[in-house]
Write a protein that binds this ligand. Structure first.
Ligand code: BTN
Length: 254
């Protein structure tokens, strides 16, 4: 299976989009040692210094209906959470924060940015799943404002990781899970995702892209990946996208 390796690039998601447009096969990985314009969700940047993290994007062509494609974010999140859980030291708890952050003891260790290809003139629908994992950072490598909020595999697993092996392992597990999804297994995937859900039942606040704020108790994602939140008045809101903060924790930097 093909891996495009780049010493440096703007964003592996951009490169994977380009590869996908040129017909790259399902499972093609684009992996770079550093990114000059790494992207996070909601227009944020993803710090991508050489030597710190894993920056990899996969072209995925799942055989599912186009309206099911959004579920890929949850599929990828579950794969990453499981994989990281198998590596952390005892006493560390791995969680998922909707829609796509992987946390260890409440600190972010990895994020996922799924971008759908412009499908109009394409023979089939496909997506790019970009994965960023903090791998080698020591505490001092994180800026002051992130030290309470971010962590790395080195800090939580007490060992070094070979990036190429992580790419291979993530791809194997991601493709296996996408096959399960294609075969109708999404309900089981979602059940398992919920076991990692660290928002479920907790007071939280969501700031949407348009600046509107919803506060309440997280009820978890539905089968379309939409987060449900019950406010104090008992009304249930459906959140498509937004920045989530747990009550009593610092706001993430914007
Ligand atoms: C997030 O948590 O906001 C998502 C972060 C996703 C970062 C990865 S790094 C590899 C790929 N290329 C990018 O530009 N972004 C994703």
């Amino acid at each position: 299976m093909k891996t495009v390796f780049l010493e440096t690039t703007t964003s592996t998601n951009t490169e994977a989009m380009r590869s996908g447009e040129q017909g790259a096969a399902h499972g093609t990985a684009v992996w770079a040692l550093e990114q000059s314009a790494g992207r996070g969700r909601l227009g944020k940047t993803w710090s991508s210094r050489r030597g710190d993290g894993l920056y990899v994007s996969f072209v995925l062509r799942p055989q599912v209906a186009v309206e099911e494609l959004a579920r890929i974010t949850l599929v990828a999140g579950l794969v990453l959470a499981r994989l990281i859980r198998a590596k952390v030291l005892p006493g560390r708890e791995v969680g998922l924060k909707w829609p796509n952050d992987v946390l260890i003891n409440g600190k972010k260790v990895a994020g996922i940015l799924v971008e759908a290809a412009p499908a109009a003139d394409q023979p089939s629908f496909w997506v790019v799943a970009g994965i960023g994992v903090n791998v080698r950072q020591q505490l001092k490598d994180f800026p002051d404002h992130l030290r309470q909020q971010a962590t790395s595999l080195r800090l939580e697993c007490g060992q070094e990781f070979e990036l190429s092996l992580l790419v291979a392992e993530i791809r194997d597990k991601l493709l296996a899970e996408v096959t399960r999804f294609e075969q109708g297994g999404f309900a089981d995937i979602l059940d398992e995702w919920r076991m990692f859900d660290c928002l479920q039942g907790r007071e939280m606040e969501c700031v949407a892209v348009d600046g509107s704020v919803v506060s309440g108790v997280a009820l978890g994602p539905d089968t379309n990946g939409i987060l449900h939140v019950r406010d104090r008045a008992g009304a249930v809101h459906e959140i498509l996208s937004g920045d989530i903060t747990l009550a009593g924790t610092p706001k993430p930097p914007r």
